[in-house]
Design a protein around this ligand. Structure first.
Ligand code: PLP
Length: 429
């Protein structure tokens, strides 16, 4: 870092002062304040491919990709073309339109367990609605989740919720009534005994067990062999629903998500991020007999003014079609695999460890790859902040927290990835 010329940050600094005047923390989502890496100012002017350009003209290779959203890289020409064409037809109708059915069909093609799908506008909304539906279907109240798994910011899921809230208390946020979180139980991830015990004691009161099947919101953590099948078996035996929150892993770990990779069929699935092609779109879906309980056919209410927005749907359709076209996805997976092998070699013996799935990864500042939130919390956060700033100064933008995942896109070049490896090596020594 010391060898770099200081970066120009005049315009970003000014932009932050202005933003702070009108918006709490100067941001619209807390982790963007970059507090856990020292709070440096950063405002983006534009993005193309794997490159972000800030308002001072600094360029960064983006390994955050809007938290995994931009799997094709930024401003992909096919997606932009679809967006422009959709714009010309108007931006919102509040009446059904064809792109909604088309995207639902594509989702069902890649996620056959999502027999029926409802579109919403954010991952938070998808999960919140799926939980309401699970409670309506089972006539039970209890929700089970895992420590360090994040399922959006709805009250009843802000219990031990990873990443952005990892520094707050067990109830995870002020303003959440105890009465609301009282019906949520959070267990350690990868701990089969804890799950078995809970289901033995309370199984018949549990509406749903929700899990990030490969957690990414405490950094990437892999489920141990047998853990996900155990969740499937216990929920089925006790009449509770299994909800896979694949908002981040859907179309990322594999085209068909973790469920496609493992063959485990959840009752309900939530999607977001990639499926909106950079627009606010998300979805939940599952068995038809469950989904048909939603209004207007059933008693579980759920609605949204901008749900199924035609521009967002068109961006999502173009994204999924591009991803599934030819060998695009296979090439991305192969590029990622080669990169991870090299990165693991750089990290070996340097008090760093690598967890990865598909094209997402976390380089933890821990000697051993973490397998739970307790393991993750052993990370050296000061060293991570130094690492982030070292990489930033060399023109790499990583996800700005030690408890987050990083992502590759089809637009990352082999040359840039090997330069990245060299920069990591310089830091690791
Ligand atoms: C991002 C994310 C959410 C929340 O989605 P938003 O669109 O930010 O509301 C929920 N669950 C998981 C697993 C996520 O990664």
């Amino acid at each position: 870092m010391s060898l770099q010329t200081p970066m120009q940050q005049t315009h970003s600094l000014k932009a932050r002062q202005e933003a702070l005047r009108y918006m709490p923390g100067g941001v619209n989502s807390p982790v963007r304040a970059l507090k856990s890496v020292g709070g440096m100012p950063l405002f983006i002017r534009k993005a193309k491919g794997s490159t972000l350009t800030d308002v001072d003209g600094n360029r960064f290779t983006d390994f955050c990709l809007s938290w995994g959203v931009c799997i094709l890289g930024h401003a992909h020409p096919d997606v932009n073309k679809a967006i422009r064409e959709a714009l010309a037809r108007g931006t919102s109708y509040g009446i059904p339109s064809l792109p909604e059915t088309e995207l639902a069909r594509l989702i069902n093609f890649h996620f056959p367990a999502m027999e029926k799908v409802r579109m919403v506008s954010s991952g938070t909304e998808a999960v919140m609605s799926a939980i309401r539906l699970a409670r309506g279907f089972t006539n039970r109240d209890l929700i089970v989740k895992f420590d360090g798994c994040y399922h959006g910011h709805a009250d009843h899921l802000l219990v031990s919720a990873g990443s952005g809230v990892a520094r707050l208390h067990a109830a995870s946020s002020a303003g959440v009534p105890e009465a609301v979180t009282a019906a949520t139980i959070s267990l350690p991830f990868n701990d089969p005994d804890a799950v078995i015990r809970l289901f033995r004691e309370k199984g018949d009161a549990i509406a749903a067990l929700i899990v990030e099947p490969v957690p990414a919101n405490m950094g990437v953590v892999l489920p141990r062999d047998g853990f996900l099948p155990l969740l499937r078996e216990l929920t089925a035996r006790h009449g509770a629903l299994l909800v896979f929150d694949e908002v981040i892993t859907g179309f990322r770990v594999a085209l068909g998500g973790v469920q496609g990779e493992t063959g485990i069929v959840p009752d309900l699935t939530t999607l977001g991020k990639i499926m909106g092609g950079g627009f606010p779109a998300a979805a939940f879906g599952g068995k038809a007999e469950i989904m048909d309980l939603l209004a207007p056919d059933g008693p579980v209410y759920q609605a949204g003014t901008l749900s199924g927005n035609p521009v967002a749907m068109s961006a999502g359709i173009a994204t999924l079609n591009t991803l599934a076209h030819g060998d695009y996805y296979l090439r991305l997976q192969e590029k990622a695999a080669g990169f991870f092998t090299a990165l693991a070699a750089v990290a070996a013996g340097k008090n760093m460890s690598l967890n990865h799935a598909g094209s997402m990864f976390t380089l933890f500042m821990t000697p051993k790859p973490p397998a739970s939130f307790d393991d993750v919390k052993m990370t050296d956060t000061v060293r991570f902040a130094n690492f982030f700033r070292h990489m930033f100064a060399q023109g790499y933008y990583l996800s700005p927290s030690p408890f987050e995942a990083n992502f590759l896109s089809g637009a990352h070049s082999a040359r840039r990835l090997s330069q990245f490896l060299r920069a990591v090596k310089d830091f690791a020594g």
